[in-house]
Design a protein around this ligand. Structure first.
Ligand code: HXC
Length: 258
């Protein structure tokens, strides 16, 4: 598929989706979001892909929703066209693991997109923020909800009310990102993590993603019950037999997603 605003590179069962609007710091216009969703869905449905990386450029993961595209919209247009709702729903529906590899600016919708991925690996140049307040609006794709779950109320309020940016070190200590590496090593690190994930049973990896996400949607008792059911369910797979046999035989497991 030929895309205009993203570049997709699939090799070694990992799909790397690179946001590519360099003139606008990868601002998320409707075209880019539509293409991103298509590429994610294609990777999700592919027999070959086992893990997905979403990344941007060295200067910007994405500097937010495209302000020029939004500026003249009315309340009625935003509501009736469900702007940003459809891509959120489609990204949330992806079942394979997605890593966000973030360098430079991840602001507004860019920060929200990174948080929609399963975890974030950041370069030491990364800057996260929800600066929508400076534009007279608020976050619209998870910047008040997901950020509060990632970093807690105090920092989420601080970010959303002042619009200040959080650097990579603060993002690491507050739990927004899982790792920080020098900018030059970002893609190697993300690829290394993706390769590790790709070597697991995809059934187990997708179940792990689903169950961790469930923690943010339900009570502890319900979540534990869901986790236990999923755990038991994996004993119906050949991959569970293979994984445990390989441990006993002191060899690498050969998972077949069955
Ligand atoms: C459209 C954008 C853009 C954006 C940058 N550009 N961010 N265009 N939408 N969000 C464009 C600039 O207009 C400029 O185009 C080019 O990218 C380079 O940006 P500069 O500002 O010249 O770069 P720099 O001085 O390095 O400043 C970088 C920056 C700044 C700090 C990231 O660009 C900035 O503040 N951007 C806006 C960040 C923001 O408010 N994001 C939230 C958006 S609202 P020209 O043509 O002039 O060269 C949002 C709502 C989400 O995300 C709701 C749900 C998704």
């Amino acid at each position: 598929m030929a895309y205009e605003t993203i570049i997709v590179d699939t090799s070694d069962d990992i799909a790397v989706i690179r946001l590519n609007r360099p003139d606008a710091l990868n601002a998320l216009n409707q075209k880019l979001l539509g293409e991103l969703c298509m590429a994610l869905e294609e990777a999700d449905g592919s027999d070959k892909v086992r893990c997905i990386i979403v990344t941007g450029s060295e200067k910007a993961f994405a500097a937010g929703a495209d302000i020029t595209e939004m500026a003249d919209k009315t309340f009625v247009e935003m509501t009736s066209q469900a702007i940003f709702q459809e891509p959120s729903r489609r990204i949330e529906a992806i079942r394979k693991p997605i890593i966000a590899a973030v360098s430079g600016y991840a602001l507004g919708g860019g920060c929200e997109l990174a948080m929609m991925c399963d975890f974030i690996i950041a370069s030491d140049t990364a800057k996260f923020g929800q600066p929508e307040i400076n534009l007279g609006v608020i976050a619209g794709m998870g910047g008040t909800q997901r950020l509060a779950r990632y970093v807690g109320k105090s920092k989420a309020m601080d970010m959303n009310l002042t619009g200040r940016f959080m650097d990579a070190e603060e993002a690491l200590t507050s739990g927004l990102v899982s790792r920080v590496v020098p900018a030059k090593k970002l893609m190697d690190e993300a690829r290394g993590a993706a390769q590790k994930i790709a070597a697991k049973s995809l059934l187990a990896a997708m179940t792990a993603k689903d169950t961790v996400n469930r923690a943010f949607e339900t009570t502890l008792a319900e979540g534990l019950n869901y986790e236990r059911r999923c755990f038991y369910g994996l004993f119906a797979t050949q991959d569970q037999k293979e994984g445990m046999a390989a441990f006993a035989e002191k060899r690498e497991a050969q998972f077949r997603d069955k």
